[in-house]
Design a protein around this ligand. Structure first.
Ligand SMILES: Cc1ncc(COP(=O)(O)O)c(C=O)c1O
Length: 213
């Protein structure tokens, strides 16, 4: 491996804290030179298949030519613009596509920039929904055992506190709001069985209850 890459590794191990690793005892890292589809080409010439699949891997694979072309074209116009009070063609097109592939009752789009943030947004929307219905006391969230919803605080609050990868933080999350744990992996089954309890506590769209037999 060229010196340059060993320097990358040395600096990385000394100064960069990677997700889900120890700062003091970092796990080894492998410099990636390029990527394509499911394959990663390492600096030392080896090729790996990224078998993590959903975890941080793009759904279309790495280095997809269509995505690359779209990003390149967009960059010639603007990489980013704030979304408060402004809009643009790509946002409208994406919203249209999302509405087209969603249930007909879902006609509105709110953009968030990660999975964790989307969970935060959903929690805030649920709180706002019940507050605007005159029931601000509805402060409990329904989640499922073994759940993982992301790493921000709101998202951690609805993860399984024991095995949702955040057990160190479970005390803080629970103090923020009580979490109602489903006894089953199947949330809808739980809702059917405990309908009254869910109505009392959980943040749920009324449609969900109507649709339960
Ligand atoms: C089910 C689920 N929800 C939320 C997240 C968090 O997404 P992000 O890493 O984009 O914040 C993940 C990430 O793997 C996930 O698998």
């Amino acid at each position: 491996m060229p010196d340059h890459y060993q320097q990358l590794i040395d600096f990385d191990q000394k100064h960069i804290w990677h997700p889900y690793t120890s700062l003091n005892h970092p796990t080894p890292v492998f410099p990636v030179e390029s990527a394509s589809g499911v394959r990663l080409k390492l600096a030392d010439g080896r090729e790996l298949i990224d078998g993590m699949s959903s975890w941080w891997a793009a759904v279309h694979g790495y280095n997809h030519p269509v995505l690359n072309a779209a990003v390149t074209e967009q960059l010639t116009k603007m990489s980013h613009v704030m979304f408060g009070g402004l809009t643009h063609q790509p946002a409208v097109e994406l919203a249209k596509t999302l509405i087209d592939i969603s249930h007909q009752d879902l006609q509105h789009v709110f953009f968030a920039d990660s999975g964790s943030v989307s969970v935060e947004v959903a929690i805030k929307m649920a709180i706002q929904y019940w507050a605007s219905k005159g029931q601000p006391q509805k402060q409990r969230l329904l989640t499922i055992e073994n759940a993982y919803h992301g790493d921000t605080f709101g998202a951690m609050a609805v993860c399984d506190p024991d095995n949702g990868m955040h057990h160190l933080f479970s005390g803080h999350c629970r103090s923020a709001r009580l979490t109602l744990y489903a006894q089953t992996q199947h949330c809808c089954g739980y809702i059917r069985t405990h309908r009254a309890r869910c109505r009392r506590h959980a943040f749920l769209q009324p449609r969900l209850f109507k649709e339960s037999p």
